[in-house]
Design a protein around this ligand. Structure first.
Ligand code: EPU
Length: 338
């Protein structure tokens, strides 16, 4: 295992904002991971795990950044269902494609999301009416306190909207090394999300194949998200804000068409894309090399050459404008490392 120093991160994150890591290494198995941790301890520096780099803004990181290259998928037939254990370094969409090829239901609506399998449970990725927590059976983690691999059940992961135990102080010492999914051999696709319903017109969900659903999701994504090869982007940069019913009612009085969804965790989730677009007129707003994408303002774009500090200051300005005009706080969906 080779430790690189002063590694430039521009090519390692999809936002492509300039930044560096004091130390960087790629690990291919758990024993290399343990070696890397010992190096960080000996040097007295913090460490951070890089998945696909698709949800991260990295400035100057004075620690060890570890790229996990753990690979492999183990499929086991359970009759009506299939359990599949996937190593965390596998690409998320390659895994989804494989499930669709095998005719297994559960992750087809999550087609086209960039990043690795190991990153999926951390922020409980979700799209088009599906969240990954609903098909996660267990998560294997390397516990940096105990220096061993252990398994967390789904409930131990404490999933919520774009969150999990891995985002809390309790989960900070846990590194995801594999995720086990429970997929079904039969099912009816969920096309209830507006963009999918529109696409399929009058066709009934039960007449649709998994391949058709995957292709539709990929087509919808192509319409909304900038291509990763043409722009620096990390998907949604902010989370959709969750507010109390009282706050929602106050906002709805002023903005009657504001899309809002009551959520099981409590409160009401508001559409920040709508707020940025319709209430603040910020769709396509740009400052220098950073802007909000003209087709989906929740997506922040680096048009080329932006530094992490420029991205951060742009994001702060957006949050400030939302605070002033709407009176709510917004949080980043993207993780910041510096
Ligand atoms: N809207 C506008 N103007 C726009 C775009 C959208 O007003 O330019 C309004 C529309 O009313 C639309 C609503 O905003 O119906 C919601 O937009 P969209 O369906 O694109 O979804 P979103 O809430 O903005 C979330 C996720 C995405 C996920 C989509 C689809 C978060 C932070 N984002 O976006 O996830 O792909 O739903 O399910 O929850 C990500 O997390 O990185 C991500 C891309």
């Amino acid at each position: 295992m080779k430790i690189e120093e002063h590694k430039s991160l521009e090519a390692l994150t999809t936002l492509r904002a300039c930044g560096t890591a004091r130390y960087f290494c790629i690990v291919g198995n758990v024993s290399e991971l343990s070696e890397a941790l010992q190096f960080a301890r000996a040097e007295g520096v913090p460490l951070h795990i890089l998945g696909g780099g698709s949800n991260m803004l990295v400035g100057e990181f004075d620690g060890l950044l570890i790229k996990l290259n753990l690979c492999g998928m183990e499929w086991s037939d359970r009759g009506e269902t299939v359990l599949v254990k996937v190593a965390s370094g596998e690409g998320w969409d390659a895994f989804v494609e494989e499930t669709v090829t095998r005719g297994l239901y559960g992750v087809e609506n999550l087609s086209g999301i960039p990043g690795t399998v190991g990153a999926a449970p951390i922020q409980n990725i979700g799209a088009y009416g599906a969240e990954v927590k609903d098909v996660i059976h267990a998560v294997d983690v390397f516990d940096t306190g105990e220096m061993r691999v252990r398994t967390l059940t789904r409930s131990e992961c404490r999933f919520g909207y774009r969150t999990s135990i891995f985002k809390t102080s309790e989960g900070k010492g846990l590194i995801v090394v594999a995720v086990t999914f429970l997929l079904a051999k039969t099912g009816t696709p969920n096309i209830s999300y507006k963009d999918l319903t529109r696409r399929f017109g009058t066709r009934s969900p039960s007449s649709l194949s998994l391949g058709e659903v995957r292709r539709a999701v990929l087509a919808v994504r192509r319409e909304k998200f900038p291509p990763l090869d043409g722009y620096g982007t990390a998907g949604s940069f902010f989370k959709n804000p969750i507010v109390t019913r009282e706050v929602y009612e106050r906002l709805a009085a002023a903005h009657p068409t504001l899309p809002a969804f009551p959520i099981p965790e409590g409160g009401v989730k508001l559409s920040l894309a709508w707020i940025l677009d319709k209430a603040l007129g910020l769709k396509g707003f740009r400052k220098g090399a950073v802007g909000l994408y003209e087709k989906q303002p929740l997506v922040l774009v680096n048009f080329g050459g932006a530094t992490a500090a420029e991205v951060e200051s742009f994001a702060k300005e957006i949050a400030e404008r939302v605070r002033e005009k709407i009176g709510i706080e917004i949080e980043w969906e993207v993780e910041k490392l510096s």
